[in-house]
Design a protein around this ligand. Structure first.
Ligand code: AMP
Length: 285
């Protein structure tokens, strides 16, 4: 009915509360794991979950274990009230927002290490990052008992790590990949975009522009990965960004490829000012 407000999501903060709530959740349960400071990218995952599941649980937890010692854990943006409003708008039923002590109580000693697909790219530039991601995602999938879990292609390597861990740990959950949501000008939506000054923001646009140009070149017949990688590298470097990596890879293994004879992906991580951004694009040449 028009004008009728949606029910507010129930906020759960302890494992005991989550367990009691889980037993009463009807039908398929979809989970959307997030670190909060929610934007349209997160909302798109919630919307997809809403269309496919009887119950939608969003998790909101800034996971210290996936930040390196010199990374932005303490300054990572947080706004629980705005997050709750977004979840309400998207018809989320439950928000699980545990404390650090709830997720990592004293004596916690287990790490989930997904070999292979974690090793390169983000794994190389952010040592330990995927241990933190895999450990918390495994815990959240188990704790929520979700039937489906929604992840963004924005974090493409993370998506492949999560797929692998769900298979390897026999988790009865389907991992659903959702396309990257971008600003009107192409910049991938990210909670970290709030760090960007106006000048950073203009320069950061070179990332998506370079990826789109590479995709177009591929469509126009360029099959050499090195050429496509070089063009991305030079456009982004010319805009004044410092590149961590530009990788032209097989979509599934994330191993570098030389020639496009199958579906590939270009992954990029680059720093503008004090902000590190990642993005990627599919190449179906
Ligand atoms: P985060 O809160 O950044 O850890 O992201 C939580 C989930 O939202 C992850 O599955 C991300 O891949 C996904 N996500 C973040 N940004 C976007 C975006 N721009 N488009 C689609 N999914 C996104």
């Amino acid at each position: 009915m028009q004008g009728q407000s949606k029910p507010k999501p129930r906020i759960l903060t302890t494992l005991a509360e989550l367990r009691v709530a889980r037993r009463a959740m009807p039908g398929l349960v979809g989970v959307v794991p997030t670190m909060g400071f929610l934007h349209e990218g997160h909302a798109s995952l919630m919307r997809r979950a809403r269309t496919e599941c009887a119950t939608v649980v969003a998790t909101n937890f800034v996971n210290p274990a996936q930040f390196g010692p010199r990374e932005d854990f303490s300054r990572y943006p947080r706004d629980m009230d705005a997050d709750t409003r977004l979840c309400e708008r998207e018809g989320v039923d439950y928000v699980y927002a545990p404390s650090v002590d709830t997720v990592y109580p004293s004596g916690f000693a287990t790490t989930v290490d997904v070999a292979g697909v974690s090793a390169r790219w983000e794994g190389e530039y952010r040592p330990g990052h995927f241990h933190g991601v895999a450990t918390v995602v495994a815990k959240l999938l188990i704790a929520t008992g979700a039937n489906r879990a929604y992840f963004g292609e924005k974090d493409f390597q993370q998506l492949q790590v999560v797929r692998r861990l769900a298979i390897d740990l026999d988790l009865p959950v389907e991992i659903v990949a959702c396309p990257t949501v971008r600003e009107a000008d192409g910049l991938a939506r990210s909670s970290r975009n709030v760090y960007l000054t106006d000048d950073d923001r203009r320069r950061a646009l070179s990332i998506s522009q370079a990826l789109f140009a590479a995709r177009d070149a591929c469509k126009a017949g360029e099959r050499r990965a090195a050429k496509l990688g070089e063009s991305v590298r030079s456009l982004v470097t010319d805009a004044g960004l410092a590149i961590d990596y530009v990788a032209v890879v097989d979509r599934d293994t994330l191993e570098p490829i030389e020639v496009f004879d199958r579906a590939g992906r270009i992954l990029i991580a680059a720093r503008v000012g004090s902000t590190r951004l990642i993005d990627n694009i599919g190449l179906e040449c």
